[in-house]
Design a protein around this ligand. Structure first.
Ligand SMILES: C[S@@+](CC[C@H](N)C(=O)[O-])C[C@H]1O[C@@H](n2cnc3c(N)ncnc32)[C@H](O)[C@@H]1O
Length: 397
């Protein structure tokens, strides 16, 4: 039944962490999706399940692509059950398939969101049993179909979570090391810099390589979803596998090799460089990144224009602060003496340490890294006339 995938248009909510919605909105517009509204944690558009497949494949900064099935009013768990069971789940889910329920619940009758998930799951399963005498399997794995329940006060919305595992898990990072940035956050950070995708991108202190890998994916126009094997939409009834093949074939056609930009990643730790290399290989971009094992101050810096982006530790460990103060001061010196003609960026969650950089910030962009308020600090490292330099107008693909 390909009808559900092609003909049924609905509201699509693409979610993202706080602080990333404007980035996501710009990306959706660039990809040609009409944006109906922007919220703190997502962007609403409209389309079919085929459109959700393209979003899952192409969007770099979204977390989940949710396809709205129905909105209704429900205050109590019984009302929720009745609203859920009224939907034609047999049109969306496979009788012999597997599904899980995830939710965002804020309701006076519900102390534990697991109870809401359970009621929702029971309502779906009971409908199958009544109709066919058999039912899909259920559990917590996100590797089957995923139903998303939004239930705040008496407003209840049911979605198909077409992503399944959140899109931040691109699938290339099997060696994460300590304090890695989420892939989607790294993509958003890069998009907020002035890198245009073809100038130099330097990432000292690369850790597991997330920023460099995301930059290389952008420089080569590789769709982020190409590295993933699993999406929630693949487990929905009527999944159009040939449409998915067409989408991935078109995405492969726009891959630009050799890449236009130069991407350089360095770290003082041997483990970090090894992890970065193997993560980059899994993402298919290892040949587009120059890796160096060295102190950040020794990172090779070809002439500008371009950007230097660092994500140093920011002192979650006690007693570590003094050495980090010195490190942040050294970052300032590195920018001043080695990175002339470029834009410098530091992504950090510690404002006191950021002051130690000692340079005037041109911009401060707020992000949330999980519960931690972070800032991307921008430094203008140009000296002399900017007019002579090719402009870096920001990543724009
Ligand atoms: C917070 S982690 C970076 C995480 C990275 N953004 C990621 O997504 O995996 C900081 C990194 O800085 C590196 N580092 C610390 N001091 C350094 C130095 N003096 N020179 C170069 N790298 C350094 C550490 O080895 C660590 O990998």
């Amino acid at each position: 039944m390909t009808g559900l995938f092609h003909s049924h248009a609905s509201t699509i909510l693409v979610t993202c962490p706080r602080g990333m919605a404007s980035c996501l909105k710009d990306e959706m517009v660039r990809l040609g999706f009409p944006v109906k509204s922007e919220h703190a944690t997502g962007v609403e558009t409209e389309g079919t399940l085929i459109d959700t497949m393209r979003m899952n494949l192409m969007v770099r900064t979204g977390h989940r692509v949710l396809f709205l099935l129905n909105d209704f009013s429900a205050l109590t768990p019984d009302e929720l059950y009745r609203g859920v069971t009224a939907l034609p789940w047999e049109d969306y889910l496979m009788r012999d398939g597997f599904f899980s329920v995830v939710s965002s619940v804020q309701n006076q009758y519900i102390r534990d969101t697991r109870f809401a998930n359970l009621r929702c799951k029971d309502a779906i399963v009971d409908r199958f049993m009544k109709k066919y005498g058999s039912r899909p399997d259920t559990g917590s794995s996100k590797h089957g179909a995923v139903v998303f329940l939004y239930w705040h006060d008496n407003r209840c919305s049911l979605y198909l979570d077409t992503s399944g595992e959140p899109l931040s898990r691109r699938g290339y990072r099997t060696v994460p090391l300590t304090a890695p940035l989420q892939e989607t956050l790294a993509a958003a950070v890069i998009m907020m810099t002035r890198w245009n995708g073809s100038d130099v991108f330097i990432n000292p202190m690369c850790g597991s390589g997330t920023l460099a890998i995301e930059a290389a994916l952008m420089a080569a126009s590789i769709a982020p979803g190409l590295t993933r094997k699993h999406f929630g939409f693949m487990h929905l009834k009527g999944f159009d596998a040939s449409a998915w093949r067409d989408l991935t074939t078109s995405a492969k056609k726009i891959v630009t090799v050799p890449v236009r930009g130069t991407v350089i990643a360095s770290d003082i730790s041997r483990d970090a460089i090894e992890a970065s290399r193997s993560n980059a290989a899994r993402a298919g971009v290892d040949r587009f990144i120059e890796f160096h094992r060295c102190d950040f101050r020794e990172t090779p810096v070809p002439g500008g224009p371009g950007v230097v982006v660092l994500n140093p530790e920011y002192g979650e460990r006690m007693g570590h602060e003094d050495s980090l103060k010195t490190l942040y001061g050294e970052i300032g010196n590195f920018f001043k003496h080695r990175c002339r003609g470029m834009w410098g960026y530091v992504f950090t969650g510690n404002r006191e340490l950021a002051k130690k950089i000692g340079l005037r910030t041109a911009r401060k962009i707020l992000f949330m890294n999980g519960p931690i308020e972070c800032r991307l600090l921008e430094y203008d490292l140009y000296q002399g006339s900017r007019k002579q330099l090719k402009s870096t107008g920001g990543y724009d693909k």
